[in-house]
Design a protein around this ligand. Structure first.
Ligand code: SF4
Ligand code: SF4
Length: 292
């Protein structure tokens, strides 16, 4: 089962939840940090690194000797990453999404694939769990292709047990990076807080992910803070509350120390253990409903 831990906004405790879930999941998991712009799951899980590779994207390289300036490439590109001005072809690699369309459409075979570095992918082990992370290159704007590269890396059976469950720390928000991170999951866990901002962004995340038709549940972090609006919204939207993490200074201190909250005391370990079981039950219920 692949579980995406997501949130409509940053700072809700998504990474804290992912770290504690990986520490309490009943079997070894692959913990994946897809928050490639600001990956910080490794600060909690403290993996021992065993490998890395550059993440590359294919960008067009034009041989103007072969080009007849027909403009087919520029007309096709939705991202304005290639332009034809009279007898000059200009490529803007930073805007290229690597779709390969211009190469496929060029009637003269004038476009070949060059590469641009998006960032790096690193992997290793944290106790019995495997760990995988993407980190966007400083100055690079496009995180979705790197997120897809990290997800593709999960298919490497020489590195990761294909039978292991996967816990993915998704980027916050509801734009392309977040959707790319959750699109491949079996269950989406939305971490929120009971404040007006938390409910507003939870609503957005629910709307954004609903068309993906995946089971979703909510973790209310800092429960006891703010008001009850989040519970009314979840009831109305049919979103189960999978766990409530209390608003507790000691949890904030554990987080600030870079500790895994579930390892601080038996009570919190049990709380995250129950959350893990609730997520597994949600995934199993949905699988059964789909097969009925
Ligand atoms: S499609 Fe090929 S031939 Fe036409 S302008 Fe682009 S590079 Fe040149
Ligand atoms: S590879 Fe795709 S995004 Fe990049 S320039 Fe060609 S058509 Fe545009």
């Amino acid at each position: 089962m692949k579980v995406a831990i997501a949130s409509g906004k940053g700072g809700t405790g998504k990474t804290m939840v992912t770290a504690s879930l990986s520490a309490t999941w009943e079997s070894p998991v692959v913990a994946v940090d897809l928050d490639v712009e600001e990956p910080n799951l490794h600060l909690f899980l403290k993996p021992e690194w065993t490998g890395r590779q550059d993440a590359l994207i294919e960008v067009p390289r034009v041989d103007e000797e072969k080009c007849d300036y027909c403009r087919k490439c520029a007309d096709l590109c939705q991202f304005k990453a290639i332009s034809v001005l009279s007898t000059v072809v200009m490529v803007f690699p930073e805007m290229c999404h690597g779709c390969g369309g211009c190469m496929a459409v060029c009637p003269k075979g004038a476009i070949t694939a060059g590469t641009r570095t998006l960032g790096e992918i690193t992997w290793g082990h944290s106790g019995d769990n495997a760990f995988l992370m993407g980190r966007l290159r400083v100055g690079e704007a496009m995180s979705p292709p790197l997120i897809r590269e990290v997800q593709a890396q999960l298919a490497r059976s020489d590195l990761f047990n294909p039978a292991a469950d996967v816990l993915m720390d998704a980027p916050p928000g509801v734009s392309c990076p977040a959707v790319n991170a959750v699109i491949d999951s079996d269950v989406i866990v939305l971490v929120t807080e009971p404040t007006p901002f938390g409910v507003f962004d939870l609503r957005l995340a629910h709307q954004a992910f609903l068309p993906l038709n995946k089971p979703m549940g909510v973790v209310v972090n800092r429960a006891g803070l703010g008001n009850d609006e989040v519970y009314g919204f979840c009831r109305g939207a049919g979103l189960p509350i999978l766990a409530e993490i209390p608003y507790d200074r000691a949890i904030a201190e554990a987080y600030a120390d870079g500790d895994i909250v579930a390892r601080r005391n038996p009570q919190w370990r049990e709380m995250f253990g129950q959350l893990a079981r609730a997520i597994q039950a949600l995934g199993a219920m949905t699988r059964e409903a789909r097969h009925a």
